[in-house]
Design a protein around this ligand. Structure first.
Ligand SMILES: Cc1cc2nc3c(=O)[nH]c(=O)nc-3n(C[C@H](O)[C@H](O)[C@H](O)COP(=O)(O)OP(=O)(O)OC[C@H]3O[C@@H](n4cnc5c(N)ncnc54)[C@H](O)[C@@H]3O)c2cc1C
Length: 405
């Protein structure tokens, strides 16, 4: 039997491709894991942050350097189209105050159920626990052979949606990249993205769980050149830095480069120094109390800051030397670390790198080398910020590919 379409990978992109086919076909989804959509079920802590609200124009800045290249993909099926798609198919959505869109049920399972039943309606069968180990093209017939360990399937068209390398226990372990490399498809180097960052001399282990609503973060190269800057929330864990400001900057972080944190973004070093100086003379309050009064920062954090500078948090502020006030202002506005490494793939939420976009017609998602072979989702060299940008790209690219079938 020759299928009209085989989708390799039953994750967010593969299932959405099947669900958004323009007509019923004779097709197959081949999924390596025992059940489809394992990562989708984990997304948004099981609540599934589907996309983000706002203009699709604003999305482009949320994919690092790749944003402009994927404009045509996102514009063909944008966030509003995605929301309508789900709403019209019995899955109402809600927008949270921070702009993130979720299913109204706040259950990723509902999204998965919706997609799998649409795939079925569109004529797709699902085979699970089947690892595709090779893909061959018969140039004469223009048909593809999809080779699993015990069986080979043939199809006129293929959508590859095998994901990246993050959270490999979900099935997306990056093993399909070697299949593509054998076909001569260019794969850009793979690295964890949306990853916590380890720094040398991390001093905040005892503050694990402490978070900051907004800090300003800069990544600087070894030579001191500014590579990235953004403001967002920060989280201290017991061994590394995390939270949206870190995760979203991690695609720019490499070992040996530097990370600078400004804990009160509204104040420059000079302004903070000036503010502290103003309060200094004759002030009988304790150093810690003055810092707490002036700065919206957690008490335990300020205690650690004092400790790091070998200052007693209880000393009278008037007795704190001017040079120490300068050091305080400097540390709170420019806490600098050398980056040792990123968290591994098993704890990073996305993959940077993957199929080079130069391999793909971005108006159709078709391979430039292989006709009727399409790519969708995280297998491509696209990684988005937290906030629904990765699923939006998985869905948009899957939709575009599906419209060609
Ligand atoms: C913990 C976590 C939370 C996340 N939360 C969000 C969120 O809330 N919002 C958001 O936008 N993004 C989120 N993401 C990212 C998002 O889930 C992914 O970007 C998205 O799932 C990518 O979809 P995909 O279909 O390309 O890949 P995947 O969803 O990884 O699916 C790929 C599928 O292909 C299968 N496969 C792999 N190799 C083979 C093979 N050789 N043969 C057959 N099948 C194969 C895999 O088993 C897998 O099921 C999160 C990621 C993680 C890890």
């Amino acid at each position: 039997m020759i299928y009209d379409l085989i989708i390799i990978g039953g994750g967010a992109a593969g299932l959405f491709a099947g669900a958004s086919l323009p007509q019923k076909i004779n097709g197959l989804i081949i999924e390596k894991s025992a059940s489809p959509g394992k990562k989708l079920l984990m997304s948004g802590s099981g609540q599934c942050n589907l996309t983000h609200c706002g203009s699709i124009k604003d999305f482009l800045s949320h994919y690092g350097n790749q944003g402009k290249s994927i404009r045509s993909v996102l514009y063909q099926f944008n966030n509003d189209a995605l929301i309508s798609f789900f709403n019209q198919r019995g899955l109402p959505t809600i927008a949270r105050e921070d702009g993130k869109i979720f299913p109204k049920s706040m259950k990723a399972q509902k999204v998965l159920d919706c997609l799998t039943s649409l795939c079925k309606e569109n004529g797709l069968s699902l085979i699970t626990s089947s690892n595709v180990i090779a893909l061959e093209q018969d140039e004469k017939s223009n048909r593809y052979s999809v080779i699993c360990k015990d069986q080979t399937y043939r199809s006129k068209k293929i959508i590859v949606a095998t994901g990246g390398c993050s959270y490999p226990t979900t099935g997306s372990d990056g093993s399909f990249f070697s299949v593509l490399t054998k076909l001569g498809i260019c794969i850009n180097p793979l690295r964890p993205a949306l990853a916590p960052i380890y720094v040398e001399g991390y001093p905040y282990a005892e503050l694990s769980g402490t978070s900051f609503d907004t800090v300003k973060l800069q990544i600087r190269s070894k030579e001191g050149k500014k590579i990235a800057e953004r403001s967002d929330s920060l989280l201290f864990t017991h061994k590394n830095l995390s939270g949206p400001v870190i995760l979203n900057s991690s695609r720019f972080a490499v070992s040996g480069s530097y990370l600078q944190i400004q804990y009160v973004p509204s104040l420059s070093k000079e302004e903070l120094f000036g503010l502290l100086r103003e309060k200094h003379d004759g002030n009988q309050k304790q150093l810690l109390s003055v810092l707490q009064e002036l700065l919206p920062l957690p008490k335990r954090f300020l205690e650690v800051i004092c400790k790091r500078l070998s200052l007693s948090a209880n000393q009278k502020f008037s007795q704190t030397a001017g040079s120490d006030i300068k050091r305080l202002a400097d540390l709170l506005t420019n806490d600098t670390y050398r980056i040792s490494r990123l968290e591994e793939f098993n704890k990073s939420m996305a993959t940077s790198g993957g199929i080079s976009l130069s391999e793909v017609h971005l108006k159709t998602m078709e391979s430039k080398r292989f006709p009727h072979l399409y790519f969708a989702g995280e297998i491509l060299d696209v990684d988005g910020d937290t906030g629904g940008y990765n699923l939006q790209f998985a869905f948009s690219s899957a939709y575009v590919a599906a419209q060609q079938i």
